[in-house]
Design a protein around this ligand. Structure first.
Ligand SMILES: [Zn+2]
Length: 248
């Protein structure tokens, strides 16, 4: 089966995964290229339709983000992707941009694939997002199933929280939404570390790019502190010794 390469799948603050955050992909577009890519995205053919409309991750107030996934027979993207490009200067993979510019709005003819399990290939999108430093470091974190949620809630006892967002079995850590967009990591075992607090997802470490933080905040100290991952620590160490990582 020929698979479709996914574009425009975004991080969800309430169900955190390693998908890219569009906020970390903002960059400059050449006006003519943006217009051509937007026209190409709009020319996509509807593959599937969802009952719930999509929403803008920038919380700009846009509500018309569409219900459908569009395809050109090679890529698949949500109808609302064009909004991110036009309104928020979000960048897309260079390979796709080249492909779109080569075709313009005259999309080549293709046989519409059947929407079935395994049709969507997210790997290139995820890999690109990580290369661009747009994915959060959520390795080992999982979205808990309902029965796991019950057990965590029992273990948390009186710890105040609005929602349990994720858990990491290996370290017995849980990630909580604690109101106002803030997050806390609690370790559910005797002698566990003190709760780590993040003002929001923008403070969460970014995957794969060393000490970069979601907000581009100042780098963590030269020893793992609260919220600094080991990756970030080693990246910092490499920097200190003049072994700069290539910038992307
Ligand atoms: Zn928006």
């Amino acid at each position: 089966m020929k698979r479709l390469e996914v574009l425009g799948w975004w991080f969800n603050e309430e169900a955190p995964t390693g998908l890219p955050r569009p906020h970390l992909l903002v960059g400059a577009w050449a006006a003519d290229e943006r217009a051509a890519v937007a026209a190409y995205l709009r020319a996509g053919k509807e593959l599937v339709r969802f009952p719930e409309p999509s929403f803008c991750r920038f919380a700009c107030g846009e509500t018309e983000m569409g219900h459908a996934d569009l395809t050109d027979g090679r890529y698949v993207w949500p109808e609302g992707l064009v909004h991110y490009i036009e309104r928020h200067d979000v960048q897309l993979p260079e390979q796709f941009v080249t492909h779109a510019l080569a075709h313009g709005a005259a999309m080549p003819a293709f046989a519409m694939p059947k929407a079935k399990f395994g049709l969507y290939d997210t790997a290139p999108w995820l890999a690109w997002g990580r290369t661009r430093g747009a994915c959060l470091d959520l390795d080992g974190w999982e979205i808990p199933t309902l029965d796991v949620l019950d057990r965590i809630a029992a273990d948390l006892g009186a710890v105040p929280h609005e929602a349990i967002l994720a858990c990491r079995g290996a370290t017995r850590e849980v990630l909580l939404a604690v109101g106002g967009g803030a997050l806390e990591v609690h370790q559910l075992r005797a002698g566990g570390h003190a709760p780590q607090r993040f003002a929001g997802w923008h403070e969460w470490p970014v995957a794969g790019v060393g000490a970069k933080r979601s907000s581009d905040a100042p780098k963590p100290p030269d020893r793992p502190g609260k919220g600094a991952t080991m990756d970030a620590f080693f990246a910092q160490l490499r920097k200190k010794h003049g072994l700069d990582e290539p910038t992307v």
